[in-house]
Design a protein around this ligand. Sequence first.
Ligand SMILES: [Zn+2]
Length: 306
Amino acid sequence: MPFSDLRGQERTAALLGRFLAKGRIPSAMVFHGPEGVGKTMMALEFARALLCSERPMDPLGGCGACGPCASTAKRAHPDLRVIDSQYQATLREEDPAKQKTLRVDTLRHLRRDMELGSMLGSWKVAVIAAAHTMETAGASVLLKIIEEPPPKTLWILVASRKESLPATVRSRCFLVPFAPLPAAIIRDILLERGVEERQASTLSELCDGSASRALELHEAGLPAPMLDPFDAPEGLPRELYLARAKVELSLFCLEQSLRLKIRSGGVGYRLAAPVLRSIDRLRRDLRANADPATILTLAHLETENL
Ligand SMILES: [Zn+2]
C-alpha cells in the first residue's frame, strides 16, 4: 500500500509527496501525533518510496511490487533500520519488555551504522519508534549526525509527544503532524479485523481517534457491561501487571464514555467534572502501585449514577 493510501492522513501524505516530487528530503523528520494513527506505518511507506527501484521518489509512494519494496515491507531491506524495543533488546541481549527507554548506546550504535551509508547505493533510512523515550544524552549523539548528515540518509523520529523530545533535536528536524483518525475510519479498520458491527461502532467513538487503542480495548473485552461496582474486579487477570494494564484501560473507557455523554448533552459538565477529576486521581494512584481491584471498584462507584 503506497503511503498516499493511508487512511485518515491524507494531508500528511500530500506533504510527504511534495518532498518526493521536489527531490528534496530533509535529513531528519519527526512524525508526531497520537498513538495508533499510522505514524510508523507512514514512516515505513515513505522509506519504501525512497528505496523502491521501479518508481524511485514517486510522490504517491513505492510501486509495492519490486524486490526493494517487498523487503522494506518485511522490514528486511539492507538499507532500512527500524529501531524499536525488539531492535534494542537484540542489541543488548535483553527482554524486549524491559526496553522502557531509548538508550544512548543504541543511538551510538545506530549512528555508526548510518555513517556507513547505503549498501545498495541508494538511500539509507532509520525509523526510530517511540523516539520520545530517548535518554537525555541521546540528543547530542543524534545532533552530531543530523547537523552534518551523510548524503542520502534519512532519520524519521516517531513520537507520540513531540514535547518529550529534546528541544535541540526537535528544532533541527522537519516536524510532520499526524491527526487523530475519524471514527468512521476506525470503525472500518475494526470491521476488517472481524470485530462485530455494534462493538466496532462503540469502540470507534470511545478510542479518541486511535486505532491501536480501539484494538487494545477490544482485546481486553472493553467496554465492560455495567456491573455492580463491587463485582467489577471479578474478571481481572490474576497477574498483577496484567490486572493493572486492564484497569488502566477500564479507566480510559469510563472517562471517555463520560466525555461522550457530556458532548451529547446527556450529562451536565458541572456534574461530570468532579468525577473526571476523581478518575484522574485514581489513575495516578494506580500508577503509584495502588491495588488494581480497589481502584476499579472505586472508579465504578464514581461513575455508576451518571
Ligand atoms: Zn518498488
